[in-house]
Design a protein around this ligand. Structure first.
Ligand code: ADP
Ligand code: MG
Length: 228
């Protein structure tokens, strides 16, 4: 078998809060294979977002190593890490994080402004990403003119547009009703199965986790139980 896409080796993370040290993750080790759709569950405050941010290169370990596709993230400079993120990771958040003044298409285009693609090439990629999420007819709409489910689809198109191997999703259905949540989860499942995206998704919702191929549970910064 080839090396895992993501390797966590003895990963610890603590924050400083004044004079106090808050230990969030404790010597956590695990592998995530290319092609997995992993649901990361656990109570509020258990370190799920912290772990996701380390995997996506949004934050840095206190000690240990996060290796993604052979690259040890702690070895990169902050500029190097930003460039790595732009090429390899798409992010999806609970509250979509769209820029309100930009159209759906302009929001989706944002990650491409960090690449060498020209305007015509960017427009083609944006159109393809909006087509994948089923929103070709909403390209000119502003976020306020979209439903929550549509806004999350735009955010997913933005996560996809630079064709990253990895999608990290933090409570992507946390603000959506059941039916809309199921549609978004179906889309993530399709991106995993048909477009080969490896997905790490944090969720509180056991029903959402059922869409994943694997589940892991975090409690107080430790992995407590996993189910295939
Ligand atoms: P979860 O996503 O599982 O709810 P988080 O990873 O957001 O948990 O947070 C885990 C713990 O780390 C919490 O106790 C939280 O208060 C603390 N924490 C998270 N981010 C910071 C930060 N930037 N500074 C200080 N403490 C933080
Ligand atoms: Mg969280």
């Amino acid at each position: 078998m080839s090396a895992p896409l993501i390797e966590l080796r003895q990963v610890s993370k603590h924050y400083r809060r004044g004079a106090q040290q808050v230990d969030v993750l404790h010597a956590l080790s695990m592998d995530i294979q290319a092609g997995d759709f992993l649901a990361l569950m656990g109570p509020s405050g258990s370190g799920k977002t912290t772990l996701l941010n380390l995997i996506g290169g949004l934050d840095r370990v206190s000690s240990g190593s996060v290796i993604v596709a052979g690259q040890a993230l702690e070895a990169l400079s902050s500029g190097g890490l930003a460039a790595w993120r732009a090429r390899h990771v798409g992010f999806v958040f609970q509250f979509y994080n769209l820029l309100p003044v930009l159209s759906a298409a302009r929001n989706v285009e944002l990650p491409l402004l960090l690449t060498r693609l020209n305007a015509a090439q960017r427009a083609r990629h944006v159109a393809a990403a909006l087509a994948i999420v089923g929103l070709s007819d909403r390209a000119r709409h502003k976020p306020a003119e979209l439903s929550g489910g549509q806004a999350q689809r735009v955010a997913i198109a933005r996560a996809l547009v630079a064709d990253p191997a990895l999608l990290v999703c933090d409570e992507p259905t946390g603000d959506l009703d059941r039916k809309t949540a199921d549609e978004i989860l179906g889309l993530l499942q399709e991106l995993n199965r048909e477009h080969g995206k490896t997905i790490v998704m944090v969720t509180h919702d056991p029903k959402a986790a059922e869409y994943a191929s694997h589940q892991l549970h975090l409690d107080k910064g430790q992995l407590v139980r996993g189910e295939a």
